[in-house]
Design a protein around this ligand. Structure first.
Ligand code: NAD
Ligand code: DAU
Length: 363
């Protein structure tokens, strides 16, 4: 896990991490526990299909760590946790996060992403008011670059002032939650900060997303479904770099501000899939189909598929001193290794429910 430069005057925190059993959330929980061992860390996670307690099981023996299974929409639970644990910081990751699922069923996205975020904001506001509006409280709202919509090939990358144009039910629900977080600062002065990040990749990434799906399908000898013409572009960031960025934002970010976070790694989907194939061919002995590029299959496009995302991360670099450290080549190699060495992690996730979902999207 990445470490951060220790700041001697750093405030110790009692932090609630929502969605801490998911992909980025669990990486962030490990990051925080490794770097700040005397902080109190409370994870609140509903353990939906995307949540996996095993991701953070090694931390459960720590006296400073508490896992609570529960829903961020449950106001009385959230009130109780904030009061009992004397929470001064929320890092809010919990969300429905997969675009294809939002197309199949948008209701859960509105419920968790909008109503859930509203519930957390209200509960935190009450606590912050009761404690006399401390200046060092923080509500970090973790969001996505998808709220900015889709870029044409020659458009400049998204900045913090790019107008919101969400195109999927997922990104629309995240946009709604961003507006609420922003309004709580503007109206009440509550110290919220929003981050909008590009595509993450790395360990603990649920199999439905592009990179793990391709790794797993290669290992199983299954077709590699590339949507449309494969020319869509995403800006990839290794998850540890994202965790370091969020840490810096909590420590030094200015309340009321938004920070864009990106990897400066724009790659076409088809090129990314080919890179994964090359890495798997090199690293995995006895693949069922070799070379694995033979498995690439172009399939029906995702409805409303955004063409290109790209993040301009100048603000967080110049104001807070963060920049990504991992290259796409190094990060992909580490990720391919991780999926090769952690079959026990991903095999149980290919459950009958997952197969039903898979059929719905890919049949
Ligand atoms: P994920 O789907 O892997 O994990 C989401 C977690 O939230 C799961 O553990 C799930 O159990 C939990 N959860 C869902 N609904 C809940 C509820 N009602 N109450 C409590 N817990 C609930 O998601 P991720 O990819 O780790 O994304 C985390 C956050 O980062 C999301 O807010 C997402 O919008 C944002 N984000 C993700 C990416 C990315 O590339 N994955 C990029 C930018 C921003
Ligand atoms: O940009 C940040 C966003 O990145 C996050 O907010 C989302 O939570 C996260 O899921 C991710 O969204 P994407 O839709 O970009 O990620 P996904 O891995 O689903 O797809 C990446 C690209 O690959 C996208 O252009 C669609 C394409 N794709 C995806 C799958 C699953 C395929 O071609 N085939 C596939 O089977």
């Amino acid at each position: 896990m990445a470490s951060v430069q220790q700041n001697n005057s750093r405030k110790s925190r009692k932090i609630l991490i929502t969605g801490g059993a998911g992909f980025i959330g669990s990486n962030f929980v490990h990051h925080w526990c490794n770097n700040y061992q005397s902080d109190r860390v409370v994870v609140l996670d509903a353990l939906t299909y995307a949540g996996n307690r095993n991701n953070i099981a090694s931390l459960e023996k720590n006296a400073n760590f508490l896992f609570v299974q529960g829903d961020i929409c449950d106001r009385s639970l959230v009130d109780k946790l904030l009061a009992e644990e004397e929470i001064d910081t929320i890092a809010h990751f919990a969300a429905e996060s997969h675009v294809d699922r939002s197309i199949l069923g948008p209701g859960a996205f509105v419920q968790t992403n909008v109503v859930g975020t509203f519930t957390l904001l209200e509960s935190f506001r009450q606590r912050w008011l009761c404690q006399g509006q401390p200046l060092d409280y923080r509500f970090l709202h973790v969001s996505t670059d998808e709220v900015y919509g889709s870029l044409a090939p020659e458009d400049p990358a998204f900045t913090e002032t790019t107008p919101y144009t969400p195109n999927s039910p997922y990104s629309a629900s995240k946009a709604g939650s961003d507006h609420l977080a922003r309004a709580y600062y503007h109206t009440y002065g509550m110290p919220t900060i929003i981050t909008n990040c590009s595509n993450n990749y790395g360990p603990y990434h649920f199999p439905e997303k592009l990179i793990p799906l391709m790794c797993i399908n290669i290992l199983l000898g299954k077709p590699l479904p590339v949507y449309g013409d494969g020319q869509n572009i995403r800006d990839w960031l290794y998850v540890e770099d994202h965790c370091r960025a969020l840490d810096v934002v909590i420590d030094r970010g200015k309340p009321g501000e938004t920070y864009n976070i990106g990897g400066n790694n724009e790659v076409k989907n088809i090129d990314l899939v080919r890179q994964i194939c090359i890495l798997m061919d090199e690293l995995a002995p006895d693949l069922p189909v070799s070379p694995s590029e033979k498995l690439i299959t172009f399939v029906k496009d995702r409805p409303g598929h955004d063409r290109r995302y790209a993040i301009d991360a100048t603000k967080i670099k110049t104001e807070l001193g963060w920049s990504p450290q991992e290259t796409i080549e190094g990060g992909l190699r580490r990720t391919v290794h991780w999926y090769l060495n952690n079959r026990d992690w991903w095999q149980p996730l290919l459950s009958p429910e997952y197969q039903t979902y898979y059929q719905q999207v890919y049949s």
